[in-house]
Design a protein around this ligand. Structure first.
Ligand SMILES: Cc1cc2nc3c(=O)[nH]c(=O)nc-3n(C[C@H](O)[C@H](O)[C@H](O)COP(=O)(O)OP(=O)(O)OC[C@H]3O[C@@H](n4cnc5c(N)ncnc54)[C@H](O)[C@@H]3O)c2cc1C
Length: 408
């Protein structure tokens, strides 16, 4: 085999692309991983990534199977045991307790940069993975036997399957002409680390305001990470406030649930949109993670869906190889698309619907919303079904995510 022949080339070494690379490497595939930025090869305890994610038990299970979870958990994570969600309009609320699910936690807040650091370190050490940081994809050519990639710096690589894991603005998607429907939510998320007067009680909090949801996610040092989604005009106004005024507005918006917000770190903004590609696969190519679908962050599902994509695609490729089938063949890749597209679409619609429902100020809709929320809170099987799905415990899960083997 020439050094430029790979089974799979993955473009994008974010949490999803790097996870896929690690699963495939452990299944003895020859893998190349391209990343346009520097890799996260340095982790400093005193530095905190302001971008965090709520990883569900399914994603944790997968990271644990590929040997990455212990490296993440031993450095810095925050397990949460409760969730408390309430509606500013109707005053209705819903609560979740991990004990009701027989689990030690509902999920875990992790720093995105820590997850990629651990994965990148493992991948750099793997003999069957070539990691190419600071590399741009320039052109893609396909024929019956494979895919040829032209990269920055006059490099050329060949592979049997090309995977686009290059995020919401995916170049792979654009270069291969995958069609997608993109919709702006006309909202911006403000993200920051904050200190509060009272302890977060290992609880993920979320208040639905008509301007958008406001989440306080518990961190291991007692602080919270906020995700304040709101209309763009309000976000601009909030970003211009000094620390004192911002913390006051935040305390009020959160109904001082944890007392006064006493401190806020640097604030970052993210424009929110939703996107779904029409096709996930084409000859010898597949899209995973945000390259295939972008959802509203209100339920913390984006990267978790991407992790299931990565595990499902890996399982499809492993099965095809075991059955002496072409891993880049249309039939092989279509199996991945059939597996994942419906579920991702459904989640995208559900989250967009929830965002719209809670953004409505009509009295009758507020009343109905409150009744619905209370009903779900009181109806154990319905509540259990919603929560188990969000926790990554149910659904058509790839083998590597089988929660029944999860050790809490
Ligand atoms: C405010 C906010 C809060 C969120 N909270 C949560 C949460 O709690 N839980 C959750 O599950 N999800 C959450 N999400 C969603 C989550 O962040 C995304 O779904 C996730 O980051 C997608 O991962 P990815 O690896 O697919 O894409 P990305 O994280 O976008 O990674 C793509 C990678 O590809 C690289 N790349 C891009 N283009 C190229 C190119 N041409 N060539 C080479 N490399 C390229 C990029 O540099 C990057 O490293 C949140 C999102 C937002 C905005």
């Amino acid at each position: 085999m020439s050094s430029s022949d790979f089974d799979v080339i993955i473009v994008g070494a974010g949490m999803v692309g790097a996870s896929l690379a690690q699963i495939l490497a452990q299944a003895d595939f020859q893998v190349a991983l391209l990343e346009r930025s520097e890799l996260s090869i340095d982790w400093k305890e005193e530095e905190h990534d302001v971008r965090v994610s709520a990883l569900n038990l399914g994603s944790q299970r997968m990271l644990s199977e590929i040997g990455a979870w212990s490296g993440i958990e031993s450095r810095r994570v925050s397990h949460y045991t409760h969730m408390y969600v309430w509606d500013a309009g109707s005053r209705a609320r819903i609560e979740f307790d991990c004990a009701d699910f027989g689990r030690a936690r509902l999920g875990t807040i992790v720093e995105n940069g820590l997850v990629t650091y651990v994965l990148h370190k493992e991948l750099m050490a793997a003999s069957n993975v070539e990691v190419l940081p600071k590399t741009e994809l320039e052109r893609v050519y396909r024929d019956d036997s494979g895919v040829k990639l032209s990269l920055s710096g006059n490099q050329n690589l060949r592979c049997k399957v090309l995977v686009g894991a290059d995020g919401a603005e995916s170049s792979v998607r654009r270069m291969l002409g995958f069609k997608s429907s993109v919709k702006s939510f006309d909202q911006t998320a403000i993200v920051a680390q904050v200190s509060t007067e009272r302890d977060h009680q290992k609880t993920a909090w979320q208040r639905f305001l008509h301007t958008g949801p406001l989440a306080f996610l518990p961190l291991s040092n007692g602080d919270c990470s906020i995700v304040w989604s709101c209309e763009q005009g309000l976000a601009t106004e909030l970003m211009q406030l000094d620390e004192e005024d911002f913390t006051q507005r935040l305390t009020d918006a959160f109904e001082a649930k944890l007392g006064t917000v006493t401190q806020v770190g640097p604030r970052k903004t993210f424009a929110l949109s939703s996107a779904q590609v029409i096709r996930y696969v084409d000859d010898r190519c597949a899209l995973i993670g945000d390259a295939a679908h972008v959802v509203h962050p209100l339920a913390g599902q984006g990267v978790n869906l991407g992790m299931v994509d990565a595990a499902a695609l890996a399982q499809v490729l492993v099965d095809a190889r075991a059955n002496n089938k072409d891993i880049g063949g249309r039939l092989t890749l279509r199996r991945y698309e059939r597996w994942r597209k419906g579920e991702n679409l459904l989640m995208g619609y559900a989250l967009a619907g929830i965002k719209r429902l809670f953004g409505t100020r009509s009295y009758s809709i507020e009343k109905l919303r409150g009744m619905g929320l209370r009903l779900v809170d009181m109806t154990a099987p319905v509540k259990y079904a919603f929560a188990s799905k969000a926790m990554g415990l149910t659904g058509d899960l790839p083998k590597i995510m089988d929660w029944r083997m999860l050790e809490d």
